[in-house]
Design a protein around this ligand. Structure first.
Ligand code: SF4
Length: 687
């Protein structure tokens, strides 16, 4: 009989279950609730992507191979020296939604609990933080209310700022199956581009980029004007109606004005509004187009407002549904791996600081939020942060204004990079490189978009001296003198402590409570089946949240977010939009080495409307320089009927490892949502 290892795909927030046999052949896990056996092309190519041309096998200091004890001693001495000279705020950590929850937990404990700085942020800041801020405000906690079964139940599916067909392919297949089984289900897709997702919509709204807020504020105004809100639900479960109603009475939220702002015809706009009004079972999926905006938190909040006003939450087929970009962005949020969170869904309120300090047994706990990703780069640039540990991500390419980020990283007195590859643009800048165990070699848990915790299990030994990230963090912590708190000998031991902290003095104030798993045996941890939180009975909890209309705020009522005005579009030559391709992942450090994944797009191309190309006098084999005050990149253009005339789309993936001239984030602006700190990747201007 063939033996399989059951594990989880590391590429996106759908969190597909995978079975890998002893020969490395991959198949979808039919029993996993996230994918029921389906996999996309990236998932099926997973073991191929493990064959990197240059795998980092041994620690390196300034390019010279050393053994682990030497690397750990060097890092600990340098970090202690920097802390002694400049204080704990001179140290920072930048992690990734690729890290397992156990890695994240140890990194957060080391930084916030023992180094004493909250300068720990993650690339989840780049994809989810606006949704996080909107959830925290509206629901009192960062909790996605929906579950995948809602897709099957919905009568109307609204997809805003997401090319789900390419970026969450297995989820999209479930959407297709739901519509096939329920032909009356309708789809509205809101996207400036006519993407693969938009082309399958019953109604595609190609709005002016950045006008999402006007669209959803206008929808709330329309619902109020039509008397189409669920008055009983709002009266009992929602706060802030009078203030919102008063704000939305301003002329800018009237349909005619919203049509003008969004660039839609009034007829098309009202068609959408009437569809929303008519379907109590509405599911609104949203992703980067909503979150990566100067008004990202307000965008997400405006969507949530429309669901709260109509009572479309906690019911089958009815919820706002933030799609997570990364496999473990959610797990990172759960441990507190963002600079503005403390731990286990707690913020820095004095009572939380006291509770966490007692649990960890530390007197050095960080006293308040630290630098978020873009602020972290600015602090590096100013020389305030002297040491940075980057784990499992490539900020030299993925941060906005990335040429500036590379200069800031190069300024660092001590840049430590943990990765599987020495070839990323960030790894090339490192003073110390640490070889990490990769997917299929490491062991731990991840949480997907719908709060399902799944195991990632190893099925092969890590090559060379590569080690799990939690192990490297614990070794450094102990060498720095933090004895006793980092004696973990397995991911199971870390998970137990993480679970216990989430349940510590948590009498129901926080939904995120894994306390019942705090005594899990090693064997039970190893055998853990996918389960979603909040836990109930023998662990597996209700998949859908807020069914009782009770939220996690102090008074149990959800809060409507005030209706911020839509920011003006500004002047522009071309508006630059960035995003993902179907077959690529992040900065391609794994997928870029798989020939069949590279086949669909071998180089970065700038997508422009044919008329725009003609106006520029360019053919598809010419080279196009896209420039602004920050940088210039050189790419070949491609005529694309799906583009609006004033816009250009360039994929986000290419790094210096694959195309020296195609790093699109050299052009994007290091500016974003003031509330969440998420960069506005989709709102830069170029010539
Ligand atoms: Fe992996 Fe996402 Fe594809 Fe599923 S949909 S196989 S999680 S990349």
């Amino acid at each position: 009989m063939t033996a399989f290892t059951e594990t989880t795909c590391p590429y996106c927030g759908v969190g597909c279950g995978i079975r890998v046999d002893q020969q490395g052949a991959v198949q979808g896990d039919k029993r996993h609730p996230a994918n029921r056996g389906a996999l996309c092309v990236k998932g099926t190519a997973l073991t191929e992507s493990q064959r990197l041309p240059s795998r980092l096998l041994y620690p390196r200091i300034k390019g010279k191979e050393v053994d682990w004890p030497a690397a750990i001693e060097h890092i600990a001495l340098r970090l202690n020296d920097i802390i002694e000279q400049h204080g704990p705020e001179a140290v920072a950590f930048y992690g990734s939604g690729q890290m397992l929850t156990e890695d994240y937990y140890v990194a957060n404990k080391l930084m916030k609990g023992f180094i004493g700085s909250a300068n720990i942020d993650t690339n989840s800041r780049l994809c989810m933080s606006s949704a996080v801020a909107a959830h925290q405000y509206a629901f009192g906690e960062d909790a996605v209310p929906a579950c995948y079964d809602d897709i099957d139940e919905a009568e109307l599916v609204v997809i805003a700022g997401a090319n789900t067909a390419w970026t969450h392919p297995v989820l999209f297949r479930r959407l297709e199956a739901a519509r096939a089984a329920k032909p009356r289900q309708q789809w509205v897709v809101i996207d400036p581009r006519a993407t693969a997702t938009a082309r399958q919509a019953d109604l595609h709204l190609a709005i002016t980029p950045g006008s999402d807020l006007a669209l959803f504020n206008g929808l709330a105004r329309y619902l109020l004007d039509q008397g189409a809100i669920d008055r009983d639900f709002v009266t009992r479960h929602v706060a802030g109606l009078d203030e919102l109603r008063q704000q939305l009475s301003a002329p800018e939220f009237a349909p005619e004005q919203v049509a003008d702002t969004t660039g839609l015809s009034l007829e098309r706009l009202l068609h959408f509004y009437r569809l929303f009004q008519a379907h109590p079972q509405t599911l609104t999926l949203f992703c980067m187009g909503i979150n990566q905006s100067l008004q990202g938190t307000h965008n997400a909040g405006a969507i949530i407002n429309c669901h709260l006003l109509t009572g479309r939450i906690g019911k089958p087929g009815a919820a706002p549904f933030s799609l997570t970009g990364q496999p473990n962005a959610m797990g990172g949020r759960e441990v507190g791996g963002l600079a503005n969170q403390l731990a286990a869904h707690m913020d820095f309120a004095p009572a939380n600081r006291d509770r966490v300090a007692r649990f960890w047994g530390t007197e050095r706990l960080a006293q308040g939020p630290g630098h978020k990703a873009m602020d972290m780069m600015a602090a590096l640039e100013r020389g305030e942060i002297k040491a940075l540990w980057v784990m499992g991500t490539n900020p030299a390419v993925s941060l906005p204004d990335s040429a500036r980020a590379r200069r800031a990283l190069a300024r660092c007195e001590l840049l430590i990079v943990s990765d599987i590859s020495p070839a990323t643009d960030t790894a090339r800048l490192a003073d110390v490189l640490l070889p990490a165990a990769g997917w299929g070699e490491k062991d731990g848990t991840v949480t997907n978009s719908t709060r399902i915790i799944s195991r990632q299990r190893p099925f092969r030994a890590a090559p060379g001296a590569a080690k799990p990230d939690w192990w490297a963090l614990c070794q450094v912590a102990r060498a720095m003198g933090f004895t006793g708190a980092f004696d973990f000998d397995s991911p199971a031991a870390i998970f137990r402590e993480h679970a216990a902290l989430s349940g510590f003095e948590n009498r129901g104030e926080r939904l995120f409570n894994l306390g019942a798993l705090g005594t899990l045996s090693d064997a039970d941890y190893d055998a853990l089946h996918p389960l979603s939180w909040p836990l109930a009975g023998q662990h597996g909890g209700p998949a859908r949240l807020f069914a009782d209309g009770r939220f996690a705020t102090a008074d149990g009522r959800a809060r409507l977010r005030t209706a911020a005005p839509q920011a003006g579009p500004g002047t522009r030559a071309l508006l630059l939009n960035t995003g993902r391709l179907r077959d690529q992942w992040h900065t391609m450090s794994r997928t870029g080495h798989v020939a069949r994944l590279m086949a669909a797009a071998t180089e970065p191309r700038a997508h422009l409307h044919p008329d725009t190309l003609a106006r520029l006098g360019l053919g598809q084999n010419d080279l196009l320089a896209l420039s602004n005050a920050r940088a210039s990149i050189l790419v070949r253009p491609v005529a694309d009927d799906d583009m609006a005339r004033e816009q250009v789309f360039v994929p986000m993936h290419w790094s210096g490892e694959f195309s020296a001239g195609g790093r699109v984030n050299d052009l994007t602006e290091a500016r974003g949502c003031a509330l969440s700190g998420q960069p506005a990747f989709k709102q830069s201007q170029v010539q």
